[in-house]
Design a protein around this ligand. Sequence first.
Ligand code: RFL
Ligand code: PHB
Length: 394
Amino acid sequence: MVRVRTQVAIIGAGPAGMLLSHLLSLEGIESVVLETRSEEYVASRIRAGILEQSTVDLLRDLGLADRLEREGEEHHGIHLQWPHERRHLDFAELIGRSVWLYGQTEVQKDLVAARHRDGQEIHYEVSGTTLHDVETDHPWVEYVDAAGRPCRLDADVIAGCDGSFGPSRATVPDGVRRRWERSYPFSWLGVLADVAPSTDELIYARHPDGFALHSMRSREVSRFYLQVPNETDLADWPEDRIWEALATRLGHDRDGWTLATGPITEKSVLPMRSFVMSPMRHGRLFLAGDAAHIVPPTGAKGLNLAVADVALLAPALAALLGKNDATLADAYSATAQRRVWRCTHFSWWMTTMLHTDGDPFNHQLQVSQLDWITSSRAGAAGLAENYAGLPIGF
Ligand code: RFL
Ligand code: PHB
């Protein structure tokens, strides 16, 4: 058995785990990161595209935003659309905050590069990760490394940053944890295409055939999503059908708007789920990011919430381990959950406002809500404040 010791054992090398290791090292706390996948796999997983103002501010403060400043794109708002209407919300004008288009793949590359520069220990392609003794001051993690050797990582604290399928969440005993869950009767078909975006800013469209989103990754690459039934088979969605559905749902009868098409380079079906677990701490185990909560992507919140969690967790662990002061660590779960529930509500609200369910009453409510949000300053500002993100610490 290979035995290693560190202060914080971080499970998961996604954005939560990598950013946490970075923030801890700035506080003088050492960590080891364990990851089941390969470095290349984690770096190329296509996920989020939108960063909140507070996420960008934090990355800037940490000196991790050079490429974001060069290659990311500041968006001042979004377009909300329903048949015969496309209305723009200007967040910058409404609340003085904006969002940035910068893919999670790029955030991940920047974080990994920064950690490599600092000599961070990261073990990829581990298996059999099991957490032990989290209720004591000497928790440890058992795993098998990429070379097939059984290993034991002893730590003062374990940070469960292992996403929605990792083992950390289940380590909190049933009698202690509470869970809230909502699954939705639809999924998203996500598409990446080599074509210049047909819009300056994101279009969220409610259409009788179902929701559609026009996002982007760069001046040359567009990202689209279509509402599809659960259990949709990708084989039923050849390129022609995808472009036809996107053109119909995003179609706009004014100003001669058309959707440009191009080769599709990636497509996948994503289930939609809301999930919150509490507490986010059990003994010496602390959960952050998707390990503790999942939101449907309609509000563009998941990655930003993971960042907000670790921005709270790092100083809490630094005080606990560096100064033996447990105040922030004891408050971590309750403090983080205030923002978690705000984002859970916002993501649920955006989802229910924009997806169709065939119910004519709901249809009228949705259109009324869209109309109000885009014509009342108070309604628009509420959406803008949530979408562009509340300050870290909310
Ligand atoms: P991650 O990124 O899932 O990373 C968890 C890591 O843990 C590893 N792991 C293990 N490691 C060791 N041992 C084990 N036993 C392990 N089990 C798992 C995993 O391999 C993985 O590398 O979670 P994290 O760090 O909490 O980050 C969360 C974000 O990735 C997620 O919330 C966002 O991608 C959600 N999301 C969006 N968020 C936004 O803020 N804005 C968006 O525009 C946005 N769009 C999206 C999204 C998520 C999407 N999908 C695919 C779910 C769009 C999509 C399509
Ligand atoms: C994306 O670009 O992947 C994206 C953008 C906004 C969302 C969800 C996903 O609400």
